[in-house]
Design a protein around this ligand. Structure first.
Ligand code: NAD
Length: 290
């Protein structure tokens, strides 16, 4: 397939490389990042999109997505797939999809879970929103770049699934970290805490697969000085999107709001920027009840 790929940063570059490795012809554009090997460089986003059968975007936020979409939609031919894999606000995803549909394109919002490691290994999970026809067109590429693609319903539902999942993740990580910090102060060893919780009703992905305590449980960013992994900054981005969506939908999300405030504090007023989101554990460990 002739594919256009716009936004070749930490995630986009390895995803595009996997498409090339699978035999697809990829033309790329990025305002700053270098082109991965065997991706043909275009001079603009419109040039990368024109004449392709499917165009993928992997961009920082909804504002940039809207700007890029305004540029590429007129350059694309009817029936072309337009797959946005960025994490953006639900509103931007739906607005871009409506413009794309009006132009006869097949839009899918398909944010991913799995991080840079998953992008490189081709094991991402895609959460997709769009028509059945648009999803079917994108699916073979999801199978190359990932291990699972879930069709979540109409446009915007992929983003909805992503922010709901990550709201749970943020809340759960904070709960796991504060419980470890409490256990420390109660004189319970971290190993005992892990052995009990990972096989009891407090278990979760954050405890069992991504344990925030160094040297305990599976290997995780905690074992690598809390180098990300999944950066606290990105968790804050996703939590803010969850609160933006909750505001728009008039949904009561008190734990999501508390998690957003805590990560905001950690990233913007403490030393959390650039650390893995599990570095909430040393944060709690160093604090007292106030
Ligand atoms: P990144 O900043 O490394 O990559 C974004 C790329 O977009 C950059 O190379 C940038 O130069 C490019 N760009 C910006 N404006 C552009 C424009 N107008 N035209 C063309 N290119 C432009 O970010 P990333 O880590 O690759 O993340 C991309 C998206 O994936 C984000 O929405 C992020 O929230 C999401 N995401 C990231 C991770 C992760 O672990 N990094 C995990 C899941 C989802």
């Amino acid at each position: 397939m002739k594919i256009g790929f716009i936004g070749l940063g930490n995630m986009g570059a390895p995803m595009a490389a996997n498409l090339v490795a699978a035999g697809h012809s990829v033309t790329g554009f990025d305002v700053a990042a270098p082109m991965p090997e065997d991706v043909t460089a275009a001079a603009s986003a419109a040039e990368a999109a024109a004449g392709r059968e499917l165009v993928i975007t992997m961009l920082p936020n909804g504002e940039i997505l809207r700007a890029v979409a305004a540029e590429i939609i007129p350059a694309m031919t009817q029936g072309t797939g337009f797959v946005d894999c960025s994490t953006v606000d639900v509103e931007s995803a739906r607005a871009v999809a409506a413009d794309a549909e009006a132009a006869g394109l097949l839009p899918v919002d398909a944010p991913v879970s799995g991080g840079i490691g998953g992008a490189a290994a081709g094991t991402l999970t895609f959460m997709a929103g769009g028509s059945a026809e648009a999803f079917a067109k994108a699916r073979p590429l999801f199978e190359i770049m990932g291990q699972k693609a879930v069709h979540c319903g109409p446009s915007g539902n992929g983003q909805a699934a992503k922010i709901c999942n990550n709201m749970i993740l943020g809340v759960t990580m904070i709960g796991t970290c504060e419980a470890f910090a409490l256990a420390d102060k109660l004189g319970l060893s971290r190993q005992a805490m892990f052995d009990v919780v990972s096989t009891s009703s407090g278990y979760s992905w954050t405890m069992n697969a991504y344990c925030p305590a160094p040297g305990i449980g599976p290997t995780s960013p905690a074992d690598n000085g809390y180098k990300p992994g999944f950066a606290a900054d990105l968790m804050l981005k996703d939590l803010r999107l969850s609160q933006q969506a909750a505001e728009a939908a008039d949904a009561d999300t008190p734990m999501g709001m508390a998690a957003t405030e805590l990560y905001e504090e950690f990233v913007e007023r403490e030393d959390g920027a650039g650390k893995d989101f599990s570095a909430m554990l040393p944060r709690f460990e160093s604090r007292r009840r106030s």
